[in-house]
Design a protein around this ligand. Sequence first.
Ligand code: SAH
Length: 393
Amino acid sequence: MNSLTLKRGREKSLKRRHPWIFSGAVEKASAKAGDTVEVRDAAGAPLALAAYSPKSQIRARVWTFDVRDVVDEKFFRLKLEKAISLRNNLPASKHTNAVRLVHGESDGLPGLVVDRYADVLVAQFLAAGVERWREEILDALAELTGCEAVFERSDAEVRKLEGLQPRTGFARGNRSASRCPIVEHGLDFRVDVERGQKTGFFLDQRENRQRVRALAAGREVLDGFSYTGGFAIAALAGGAKRVHAVESSAEAIQIARENLAANPLDAAKVEFVQADVFKHLRLLRDQGARYDLIVLDPPKLAPTAGHARNAARAYKDVNLLAFKLLTPGGLLATFSCSGGVSAELFQSIVAGAALDAGAEAKIIERFGAAADHPVALEFPEGDYLKGLLVLKG
Ligand code: SAH
């Protein structure tokens, strides 16, 4: 069997069951991209079976810590079965037909993301290991879910780090998938799985949109970074007086308008503005605009800790503007999906923003990703989404 031997003393993270082996920890390896390797400590003792990825800084990702396991078609079928049954047992499955079925490392399938939008699956193969087992995984997914159509969105930047070319298109089945209809807590949305951002919809925010809906009655709402209108439409459904939604992508706003029209709501109360949130909030501030509920859900500003400094400046800037735009008694639901910004750092950035805005503010709730985005305890990197609900005094 192919093997990978660690440098002396570099087995510690594996002993804690962390699934990544970085290039600096590897003494020697003999394998090709995607091969299963037996990982051994410097003394030769076997520790795990992993997928080898010679081009990546994450040189291997662990399939299993039981070295007696066999990594074959059946192995992937079992992992997928387990991941899917976890979702079937979640309360969310009663409120939506759009769920994350596979969440990479936290489901024991490093580099694989699968979202289900009604009867269409969207899959991302983001590491050399899952790329190698792509056909077996696609067959098992189609069979276990009964979905005939599987669209591949292996066009995320991280594939480059693995030395893999981007790939998009139907891997199984074929149909038009630029407007997949889904239902989330009784609201209708259309998902563009072919060209939308990520896999087409931000499922991780599902329960937070529902929370905003419950808080919106009678409020003037500002939805910053509104994408296809998730928070804006939830707020309107919750009885918002008016909603001002700001988004830079024209394609996203087009779908947001269609989403709004798909629901029995008073569309005249929502205004979608195509603009840069950072600039537009300054304009609103200069105009003396005021809101009672502001949502800020920016894109990933710091993919890694190395980007944290610049990202911190941007988070502070936009949160500071939000505090200025909030009425006393107003609520700010502010998010960060940056892996490079910890929950602690994010809270201190928001605190700094409130301070500089001269606002007295309190955290009254904390948000995370929905339960179909589980975080394996040994893989804290999976815990990327954090949010605060802040009340301005
Ligand atoms: N809240 C949304 C998801 C937001 S994703 C939901 O629930 O569906 C972040 C969005 O910010 C993307 O749609 C992206 O196009 C947009 N965006 C990125 N930079 C921006 C900027 N500077 N100004 C406005 N929108 C921006």
